[in-house]
Write a protein that binds this ligand. Sequence first.
Ligand code: PMP
Ligand code: GLN
Length: 389
Amino acid sequence: MSTRPLLNRSLAGMGTTIFAEMSALATATGSINLGQGFPDTDGPREIAEAAARAVLDGRGNQYPPGPGIPELRAAVAEHQQRFYGLSYDPDTEVLVTAGATEAIAAALLALLEPGDEVIAFEPFYDSYAACIAMAGATRVPLTLRAPSFRPDLDELRSLITPRTRLLLVNTPHNPTGTVLTPEELGAIAELAVEHDLLVVTDEVYEHLVFAGAHHPLAALPGMRERTVAISSAGKTFSFTGWKVGWVTGTPELVAAVRTAKQYLTYVSAGPFQYAVAEALRLPDSYYADFRADLHRKRDLLAAGLAEAGFRVFEPQGTYFITTDITPLGEKDGIEFCRALPERCGVVAIPNAVFYDDTEAGRAQVRFAFCKKTDVLEEAVSRLHALRTG
Ligand code: PMP
Ligand code: GLN
């Protein structure tokens, strides 16, 4: 047998995702899982029924159309118009994907050449690094630093080189909860136009903003023609297992992403696409109640973590809270998270794994609050044990 490593070198060292590792640890130890970001309550009953009906009525049980079923593409276009005043042609400017994860992969594989540089905020969502690497490109991190986790726009400017091809912008940002302000978005847009960069936006937490509002970059001057916007039903409708995501952009950008996407999954989630089309058309009250529920849970967990001795960085959006464990006399988030289930029956995620500059995130630990109130309360009471020893 050859001694050559089996795993392609672009994936060397990437191993098992932190989410899989920590969820397995939660199961093995019977801990409360505030690690991987998935809700412990499913989304609306009528949307689950719509999916079941689609299966039983034989809608979507065979390969759906490559770009996604027309009903869902129309619903995505309506959603962009309804919430952001953005107009997209459902036939040429919308593409349905296997979650945001496939959309990110297809966009990066389609738009990048080996040697291109991609600037992304770090800590970055784990699939960004893997997909940039699989495309043969290089990631260039713009570090969001505690306590504010705001992007330094002068630093962003200084990172742009003749090889920069693409900005990968995640707002609301996982794991810090940063929501970019209109001023920050304006500055990013100006740089993208000035340097003629492509932009991929990951907006999966678009409906989870507690302070300020979500503004899509594509709405800014000069941005529509260069932006591939990505979102997903997983977070907004609490069906993370359905893996229905979508891309919006110009016909040229969407065609490029579709070319890569058709050789990844070709299509997916046929019956769920019908249900998500219904979900996107839920009344404003659904979106408002969903946000209000998570806002309450954010406040509950933030207060509980602070009482338990963590330094809490209050997130403006997403369903994650980043903390600093230094006040607990701890230094290393990875060690802390590996020991936490045994120490007090709670699982969390060490942010260091989302950084190239691991020192910048060494003492940070992320907790998810998309869980039932009593589960969050129980987790907080268990975490109090950290103080008392
Ligand atoms: N981007 C970010 C920032 C995420 O947190 C997630 C996890 N939901 C994804 C993309 C992937 O979304 P999906 O589950 O729809 O593939
Ligand atoms: N987006 C989820 C998180 O950040 C995890 C999704 C996954 O496991 N890939 O927790």
